[in-house]
Write a protein that binds this ligand. Structure first.
Ligand code: ADP
Length: 583
């Protein structure tokens, strides 16, 4: 009973204990029928032999008890076998078996007390023979569990032993001694049988568990292999397919296993790249290749199968259907080529148009300027000329900007990098924007004192172009009576940052991303401020070409701080660009 209770109580090893108990119970029940038959036959023979010397009532009651217990045990065994696997209820069935077995043991023990033929030595020996035989049989059928077998041996043999001692004859004492010895032998045999049975059961459970584990793994692998959108195959050393699985097979028009037994060289005779790959892998090479089979593209990984002695036994391979990817790549390539062509056409058009426009534009402006100084024009005509000149200048700026941008984008721009005195360049820019500043009533304050800031590595003209654009933007997009402050700072990373702060309206957060996009004016066109929307794009490109950067920080309603960073010339490595190098 303890065994079953323990099995139910134990913690982490519960499942294992339950499995062992279930197996023990099943073995014990398997032996029940034979034990019942042996019990009934032996009991009947015993009653028959003792019939002349023992009270018939006692014999009948004893035999009836044997029959009754055997019947109950038989029914119990029948029900056990009928209800199927009993893993969870093993303990309950074990308890049921135990009750039947203990009762049977007690009835056999009772035989030594009530069926002992006191004055008949021969029948005493017969009784001892029968009980001993039953005990020997019990060792094989009950030793799966310790409690039933030990209880059976003790309850069957100890009363007999006591009976012989009480017979007080010399032979009786000798018999008692023999029975005691026999009991001891049986207990030892039962103990050994029990350990053998138990280790067999453990081995059996382990092997069942292992088999189940292997079966599970095989099933998993099988489902992966059949469901994977791949083709998996193996060939022997002659190129004969030994495996061909995977759901992508149907894209080749094949069924799993269909080509097993066929030679790759014959089956794919029309696909020279496949047979060439098979030859390569069977010569010991691992590689990946792309091939077209049945109108679809596959990326195939070939690996030779080499044993410990270095012999090539065959090969294994995995192929992935990459048709969709290939088609997408082809589409992408086509789209890229089209975009490049379109871009090239656009650039060529812009370039040609700009050149074509510049010449007549210069003529318009030239004649406009001549008219401007012509004293014969009345006031109205003077105004018209001013309008012509202003619109013409704007158009020329636009044309120049477009041409500039186009040249930058096509990488046609020539830079002459040198150490540039940034303080001087900055002052020149501030001087140049003075008339614009006066026109807009903006005060431009240059906080940089000449010679106080380091030289930068840049193309002087392009550096000034960037700074001019940022400062004039600060003036254009400002409020009346506002100011623009120009300052410098060392970023500590070998760069010099030039800040252009204005007191304008600032830029809404959502517009910042478009700021450096070509032709984006962010609504400035509505306010009548002249511009092309290309200036910042050109600034950013130029700064980058000079290994610098431009950026902005802005607060709505307060103003913006545009900055341009350039590499300080003194931090350049000796292998840095030499003075005057074109880029
Ligand atoms: P443009 O000045 O010719 O329009 P830019 O590329 O220099 O072209 O500037 C693009 C847009 O960015 C401008 O139209 C304006 O809306 C905005 N912008 C540029 N600088 C400032 C500034 N300092 N403050 C506010 N808005 C600005």
């Amino acid at each position: 009973m303890n065994e079953s209770v323990n099995a139910e109580q134990s913690g982490s090893t519960d499942i294992h204990h339950t499995a062992v108990l279930a197996e023990q119970t099943s073995q014990i029940y398997a032996a029940v029928n034979n034990a019942i038959i042996a019990t009934i036959i032996n009991a009947s023979i015993l009653v028959f032999v003792l019939w002349p010397v023992i009270d018939h009532n006692i014999l009948q009651i004893w035999l009836a008890a044997i029959f009754l217990i055997s019947l109950v045990r038989g029914i119990s065994a029948y029900l056990y076998n009928k209800t199927g696997p009993h893993l969870q209820k093993a303990s309950l069935w074990y308890r049921r078996f135990l009750i039947g077995s203990l009762l049977a043991s007690l009835v056999w023990g009772a035989s030594s007390i009530w069926l002992f033929p006191v004055n008949d030595l021969a029948r005493q020996v017969f009784l001892a023979f029968v009980i001993g035989g039953m005990a020997a049989g019990a060792v094989t059928s009950l030793s799966y569990m310790k409690l039933p077998i030990y209880f059976y041996l003790c309850s069957a043999l100890i009363p007999l032993l006591i009976r012989f001692i009480y017979s007080e004859t010399e032979l009786g004492i000798t018999m008692a001694f023999m029975i005691a010895l026999y009991l001891l032998m049986m207990v030892i045999a039962a103990s050994r049988t029990h350990s053998t049975f138990k280790s067999n059961i453990l081995l059996h459970i382990e092997s069942v568990e292992r088999e189940r584990y292997i079966a599970q793994k095989v099933e998993q692998l099988q489902s992966v292999v059949t469901a994977a959108p791949l083709v998996l195959w193996s060939n022997d050393k002659n190129g004969v397919f030994t495996l061909s699985e995977g759901s992508a097979l149907e894209k080749m028009g094949l069924k799993p296993g269909q080509i097993v037994g066929q030679s790759v060289f014959e089956f794919y005779a029309d696909y020279p790249e496949v047979t060439a790959a098979a030859r390569r892998v069977l010569s010991g090479e691992s590689f990946m290749t792309e091939s077209e089979v049945s109108g679809r593209f596959f990326e195939s990984h070939y690996t030779p199968h080499i044993n410990g002695q270095g012999e090539i036994l065959g090969c294994i391979g995995v192929a992935v259907d990459i048709t969709e990817r290939k088609l997408a790549e082809a589409d992408l390539l086509e789209a890229k080529e089209q975009a490049e062509d379109a871009n090239k056409a656009k650039s060529e058009f812009l370039s040609r148009m700009s050149h074509e426009l510049r010449t007549p534009m210069n003529a318009v402006l030239g004649f406009g300027q001549l008219l401007e100084v012509d004293a014969k024009l009345n006031e109205k005509q003077q105004k018209y000329v001013e309008r012509i000149l202003s619109a013409g200048n704007h158009l020329l700026v636009l044309i120049n900007d477009v041409l500039d941008l186009e040249q930058i984008e096509r990488g046609r721009i020539q830079l002459f990098m040198e150490a540039v005195d940034s303080g001087e360049a900055l002052q020149e820019c501030v001087d140049l924007v003075q008339s614009l500043a006066e026109k807009h009533q903006i005060k431009v304050e240059n906080q940089v004192t000449l010679n106080s800031i380091p030289t930068v590595w840049a193309d002087k003209i392009r550096l000034k172009q960037v700074l001019l654009n940022l400062i004039s933007n600060g003036i254009k997009y400002n409020r009346e009576g506002g100011q623009v402050i120009v300052s410098c700072e060392d970023t500590g990373e070998g760069m010099l940052r030039i800040n252009i702060c204005d007191t304008g309206p600032g830029i809404p957060e959502k517009n910042i991303a478009d700021l450096f996009e070509p032709f984006s004016r962010l609504g400035a066109e509505k306010s009548g401020v002249e511009g092309t929307g290309i200036g910042l794009t050109i600034c950013q490109h130029l700064a980058k070409l000079m290994d610098g950067e431009v950026g902005v920080e802005t607060t709505l309603g307060e103003g913006s701080r545009f900055w341009a960073e350039f590499r300080q010339a003194r931090y350049l490595q000796p292998e840095g660009l030499p003075r005057g190098q074109g880029v």
